[in-house]
Write a new protein. Structure first.
Length: 436
């Protein structure tokens, strides 16, 4: 590997593109518009004069967002903060540079300009017999692309499982706000014995070790899925309030956040010990005689229409995050279907969550694999001579050198297969609606 300054490999070709304002984006069109946003395609245009079809392939870098995209078909460029980067084909394959730039950490500078940091990067170029080794570059691209494809599949499968649960909920209970199934609706206060909250002492900036006490951050429930890793270590001189410790079976709710994120609700299927609630998170304690399954309540409160109705109760002074008070929350009227139906739904949720747990572990393993392969490949530490080029059969791949190319990495990256989602979906029959 030889390190080359960024400017020797990459040219800023932004001036060769006519930038399009966001207001001029179309929802459909002949040509794609790529900007610095998160979405792969920001919009479309039919105006061929705005499209550059000469400098291809091209990389698009978000000067503010640090996003990086690859395009090998004619595109138009979004106006704000998008940089078009052209890779010298005599030195490197554009996809190789794309994967390398994605593997590095670019300094975070808020909504400032980041291209100045990108230009400081040196790019490793593999050489063979005095010339750039394009076969090695393509093998890296092919290998990382395969693992990336598996990661995308896993994320797609997880989304499908989430969508499945939403469909099952609506099929069994209907929309909770419209209440087309005619369930009795009662105030939340009638179901609750208490709404508990914790404390938010000043904590360490780091995450708590497994044997330390920690306080949950809002991120622990923001995605409506409990994430125990979102915590901060409690200082040693602060005595933990064991009453506030989170336990399996808890139903947690964010009372304060931005308008888009407030009213997030998460059920705790399992958790490590010594994690405490902060004062921004509620814990619902249900009365023992009200016939409520907390897993059903979790999915009810996170149903899109019901959550929006609860979010509308948030209030706050200018400049502060919206807050949902206990009084307002208790006033919400919620449908209460028969417990037997709630329990049947909860059983389905538990089965699907079990499948999701395996998929999430698989996803985590693949992401670790991708990171390991990426780091070692761009350092020249992998012997990729037996990794096939795209037009060669993959089945013939074997790795002999254990010291430089662990077999398990390639087995997982090249032979790992994703089970079809249909083989993992729980088999269930729609229960008959109980009388109420």
């Amino acid at each position: 590997m030889k390190l080359h300054p960024f400017s020797e490999v990459v040219t800023d070709a932004t001036s060769k593109f006519t930038k399009i304002k966001t207001s001029e984006y179309q929802t459909q069109g002949r040509y794609k518009i790529i900007d610095q946003g998160k979405e792969p395609i920001a919009g479309y245009t039919d105006d061929a004069s705005l499209v550059n079809n000469q400098l291809l392939p091209v990389l698009i870098f978000g000067d503010h967002t640090r996003s990086l995209k690859y395009a090998d078909t004619p595109i138009a460029l979004g106006a704000d903060g998008a940089k078009a980067l052209w890779v010298d084909p005599a030195l490197a394959d554009t996809r190789y540079v794309y994967y390398y730039l994605r593997s590095i950490q670019i300094k975070e500078a808020g909504y400032s300009r980041h291209f100045k940091f990108l230009k400081e990067v040196d790019i490793p170029i593999p050489f063979k017999d005095g010339s750039p080794d394009f076969a090695y570059q393509i093998r890296i691209v092919h290998l990382l692309g395969k693992v990336e494809e598996l990661i995308t599949q896993r994320k797609h499968h997880l989304q499908q499982l989430d969508d499945l649960l939403k469909s099952v909920f609506l099929e069994m209970f209907g929309d909770p706000v419209r209440n087309e199934k005619g369930w009795d609706k009662i105030p939340f206060s009638k179901l609750l014995a208490d709404i508990e909250s914790g404390k938010s002492p000043k904590c360490e900036a780091r995450q708590a070790e497994s044997n330390e006490w920690g306080v949950l951050k809002l991120g622990a429930v923001t995605r409506c899925k409990f994430d125990e890793t979102e915590n901060k270590a409690l200082p040693n001189d602060v005595i933990p309030s064991t009453r506030d410790e989170v336990k399996a079976g808890d139903l947690l709710f964010s009372r304060k956040n931005t308008y888009e994120l407030v009213a997030a609700c998460a059920y705790v299927f399992s958790t490590r010990p010594k994690l405490l609630m902060p004062d921004l998170i509620f814990r619902f304690i249900f009365k023992q005689d009200v016939d409520i399954n907390p897993i059903f309540m979790w999915k009810l409160l996170t149903c899109d229409s019901q959550r929006k109705a609860i979010q509308s109760l948030a209030a706050g002074a200018a400049g502060s995050m919206p807050n949902i008070s206990k009084t307002n929350l208790k006033s919400v009227r919620l449908p209460k279907p028969p417990l037997s139906l709630q329990n049947q739904f909860a059983t389905i949720v538990e089965k699907v969550e079990s499948i999701k747990s395996r998929y999430q572990q698989s996803l985590a393993d693949l992401e670790v694999l991708y990171s390991s392969l990426s780091q070692r490949a761009f350092k020249g530490e992998l012997d990729l001579s037996r990794v096939p080029l795209p037009d060669q059969p993959v089945a013939a791949v074997t790795i002999a050198d254990h010291a430089t190319s662990p077999k398990w990495l390639f087995r997982q990256s090249l032979q790992f297969t994703c089970l079809p989602l249909t083989t993992c979906q729980p088999r269930w029959k729609m229960p008959k609606r109980a009388r109420h």
